[in-house]
Design a protein around this ligand. Structure first.
Ligand code: NAD
Ligand code: UGA
Length: 459
């Protein structure tokens, strides 16, 4: 079959894989190739056991793979064939040198720019899909233009807003698609090309076009605003625990103001995920580098509050369990950073486990999808950790259960049975306010929700 255009995506990760699968599904006239330096990952994308758990993804991949979606490691060939190149490589926080712990590490990003110029032999549109500091396109353009071989590269920003666990619905029906391009004729032409691609399934009014820098910065700001809501509600949860106010009632009352809205106001053990922390720290770093100290400090507090929420959770466990958890088994229900994903990057459960181990607890972890990642995260420090697929076994002989992830599975467990198998007094610390606390109390548990009065049987 003759394809209208060839698209290449460099980076077959949580963003590249699902995004390209959906583009392939919706744009049968485009041939899409996804490449990665990680051979194992590409092998998995080509197998029956795709490397990412995301509801609805496997069905789409099976439908389009081998038709107009291909996964390979031949980056050079992919670049030669492509009209449009999406770059979706990882942009983690820098761990070394200037800006360590704050700035984005752009080495993988820059590497792709060099591979593109080495292999390109005709004009191309380069799409920034990765989340990048504002004005990165400028650096990309400088590298690409340095080749001096008469090839035109037009850089366009198209940040991704999907959330893990709901990537497929987010991609199929996005609130908006954002496309940033230079306000030049060539920029406008490239912008139209990408608009036309998404217009195959996204209503035109949901496709926003801006200048390049607004697009790059909007992505960091969107994540900062989302994380800020969680830190705000978590800060209030702490006050609720001192005053007998109830965080769920407050979230409902406050969220009923249509200017505020109800979403993203669930108090929790803290936000996790690969992006919130790294993107805010990047925003902090950029602000500081422009001399904007107050702006940097403001956003820094969103991350600091999140760290505080995690520490506070463990301090409460220790305090309520008679000031010691040494030698006690604590069952963590959930290790993924949120439900419906096996991803554990920056999961609050990692820090909670480490802190509990420092207190010499025995930590027994159960999670429907994330046990393998938990093993990797805790490698070398897991002498007192048990990994248990069956939640009933995880809780056997435990003194406490702590809910880390809001998996639906945990709601429908037989807590009477769990209570019977645990040491007494039995505690539940619900880090997601997931369970029916009154029912648990009636079974016999001492229940500690987030931001609510505990329900205990103690005098
Ligand atoms: P990821 O680590 O899952 O995937 C990135 C992939 O890029 C890896 O498989 C890696 O091997 C590959 N790669 C790195 N350098 C390469 C090179 N030179 N050539 C070919 N492949 C290379 O990362 P991700 O979660 O998909 O995130 C990618 C970007 O998207 C990041 O900037 C992230 O901030 C952003 N983002 C992520 C999410 C999310 O939910 N994970 C959502 C929106 C935006
Ligand atoms: C987030 C954004 O929602 C996406 O729009 C963005 O594209 C993505 O980051 C990214 O840039 O990587 P993600 O991290 O996958 O997506 O998941 P979220 O649903 O945002 O949850 C993040 C964390 O916040 C999770 O740990 C979640 O449990 C926590 N959370 C979320 C709360 O504690 N309370 C809430 O009310 C909502």
């Amino acid at each position: 079959m003759e394809f209208k255009k060839n698209i290449l995506c460099i980076g077959a990760g949580y963003v590249g894989g699902p995004t390209m699968a959906v583009i392939a599904l919706k744009c049968p006239g485009y041939r899409i190739e996804v490449v990665d330096i990680n051979e194992e990952r590409i092998r998995e994308w080509n197998s029956d056991d795709i490397p990412i758990y995301e509801p609805g993804l496997e069905e789409i991949v099976k439908q389009v793979r081998g038709k107009n979606l291909f996964f390979t490691t031949d980056i050079a060939k992919g670049i030669k064939q492509a009209d449009i190149i999406f770059v979706s490589v990882n942009t983690p926080t820098k761990t070394f040198g200037e800006g360590a712990g704050m700035a984005s590490d752009l080495q993988f990003w820059e590497e792709t720019a060099h591979i593109i110029i080495e292999n390109a032999n005709n004009n191309k549109i380069i799409v920034e899909k990765s989340t990048l500091p504002v004005r990165t396109a400028e650096a990309m353009e400088r590298i690409l233009k340095a080749s001096n071989r008469g090839i035109q590269f037009e850089v366009v920003s198209n940040p991704e807003f999907l959330a893990e666990g709901s990537a497929i619905p987010d991609l199929l029906e996005p609130d908006r698609v954002l496309i940033g391009a230079h306000r030049t004729p060539a920029g406008r032409e490239a912008e139209k090309e990408i608009v036309d691609l998404y217009a195959h399934w996204v209503p035109r009014e949901n496709i926003i076009t801006t200048n390049l820098w607004s697009s790059e910065l909007s992505k960091l700001v969107a994540n900062a605003f989302l994380a800020q809501r969680i830190s705000s509600i978590n800060a209030v949860s702490s006050l609720c625990e001192k005053t007998d106010a109830d965080i769920s009632e407050i979230a409902y009352a406050v969220g009923s103001d249509s200017r505020i809205g109800r979403k993203f106001l669930n108090a929790s053990v803290g936000f996790g995920g690969s992006c919130f922390k790294k993107d805010i720290l990047n925003l902090v770093y950029i602000s500081r580098s422009y001399g904007l100290t107050e702006v940097a400090d403001y956003w820094q507090m969103v991350v600091s509050m999140n760290e505080h929420q995690k520490s506070r959770f463990v301090q409460r466990i220790v305090r309520e369990m008679f000031n010691t958890v040494a030698g006690k088994k604590i069952a963590l229900f959930g290790f993924a950073f949120k439900a419906n994903t096996g991803d554990t990057r920056e999961s609050p459960a990692i820090d909670i486990t480490k802190k509990l181990l420092e207190e010499r607890a025995i930590v027994s972890i159960t999670d429907p999808k994330a046990l393998n990642n938990a093993r990797i995260d805790l490698k070398g420090i897991d002498r007192n950790v048990l990994y248990e697929p069956d939640p009933y076994k995880a809780a056997e002989e435990a003194s406490a259960v702590a809910i880390m992830t809001e998996w639906e599975e945990f709601k429908i467990l037989d807590y009477e049975r769990i209570y019977q198998s645990m040491k007494k007094p039995a505690f539940i610390f619900d880090g997601r306010n997931l369970l029916n606390h009154k029912q648990l109390y009636e079974i016999g548990f001492n229940v500690y929700p987030i931001g609510k009065t505990p329900l205990t049987h103690f005098e």
